[in-house]
Write a protein that binds this ligand. Structure first.
Ligand code: PHE
Length: 334
């Protein structure tokens, strides 16, 4: 009886005291153990009453331990969480920006710093803005340079093959001086491989003013490669585009430090990063700009290829698979 009273009266907020209590009553050398041992010696007629008492004591002790343990646990959970300012914060996960967006924003920033604004236009285009205004009349063989996805023929409606279409729209709507950058998704009916895809992203630029020269173009491209890649070794190779004359292809010297550099540059260390040239007078005329008064240059580059170089991505298809293991690797970039 005295033990039962003691058990019922027991209270503590201390873990160690509780443990002492548990050992004293239910431990392997505890009071209950002794009582069960003594039970054997109890005369038969008293066995029932004695047994009931031991069981009562056992249940009371066990219940007490369980109840105090629960109270203590609840207390350790809430109090310090609310009051302890030294506890480490709980991390929460932010998504990652897509590498194409990261690189696109970097390119736009570089050109913003030299006065280019950003323009955009529709992905579904008409023949005029994608081809004809750009000095590619119907049946012009250069139309085959960019295999086109047609949505409708006669009149032709198509998925734009470059964002030069945006430049046409911009010239139609604005008077020189013009300094604009047109980023966007473009579409070409090409076989998909590790190096090319039927959907990709471009940034094209257009600069029109009085007395704009090829030297201005060259210097702008050089400024861009320095800012974007920290590299100033570039070369311009003569090329052909129907909308520019003269035209050039810009290569930058990337080097051959890694396996991916080797793959992407086909072992030369040089990588073609953009096409460019002086805007053809016919294009200016088509957009109601007087070629005797104004000249300009244009350039265009693929974002994927630049992102592949910067992040050492060996296969262009990774950009479109949306595998979170790939995308999460960009979570530290802004
Ligand atoms: N529009 C061209 C392309 O998509 C790139 C380019 C733009 C070339 C402007 C010259 C001038 O390949």
């Amino acid at each position: 009886h005295a033990y039962i009273k003691e058990v019922e009266a027991f209270q503590t907020t201390d873990k160690n005291e509780l443990e002492q209590f548990r050992i004293k009553f239910i431990g392997s050398k505890g009071i209950l153990k002794d009582l069960f041992a003594a039970f054997k010696a109890v005369p038969n007629e008293e066995k029932k009453a004695f047994g009931q008492l031991i069981n009562q004591l056992k249940n009371a002790a066990e219940e007490k331990v369980a109840q105090i343990t629960a109270t203590l646990e609840a207390a350790t959970l809430s109090a310090p969480t609310l009051n302890d300012l030294t506890r480490p914060g709980e991390a929460f996960t932010l998504g990652a920006r897509h590498p194409i967006s990261i690189v696109k924003n970097q390119i736009l920033d570089v050109f913003a710093s030299i006065g280019f604004n950003v323009s955009d236009g529709p992905e579904i285009e008409d023949d005029w803005h994608n081809f004809t205004a750009l000095n590619l009349p119907e049946y012009h063989p250069a139309r085959d340079m960019q295999d086109t996805f047609f949505i409708q023929t006669n009149p032709d409606i198509l998925l734009r093959t470059h964002t030069s279409s945006v430049q046409v729209r911009y010239m139609e709507a604005n008077k020189p001086p013009i300094r604009t950058i047109s980023p966007g998704r473009v579409f070409r009916n090409e076989a998909i491989s590790s190096r090319s895809h039927c959907i990709f992203h471009q940034v094209e630029g257009l600069y029109i003013d009085k007395d704009v020269s090829f030297a201005d173009l060259k210097q702008t491209v050089l400024y861009f490669t320095k800012e974007m890649f920290g590299k100033s070794k570039i070369r311009l190779r003569p090329s052909y585009f129907p909308f520019t004359e003269p035209s050039a292809e810009v290569d930058i010297y990337w080097g051959l430090k890694t396996e991916t550099d080797y793959r992407i540059t086909k072992g030369t260390g040089w990588l073609e990063i953009m096409g460019c040239g002086m805007v053809d007078p016919n294009v200016l005329k088509n957009c109601n700009i007087n070629p005797d008064e104004f000249t300009g240059f244009a350039f265009g580059m693929g974002i994927e290829r630049i992102a592949m170089l910067l992040y050492q991505i060996g296969d262009i298809r990774m950009f479109y698979e949306n595998d979170v293991r790939f995308l999460n690797q960009f979570s530290s970039a802004i």
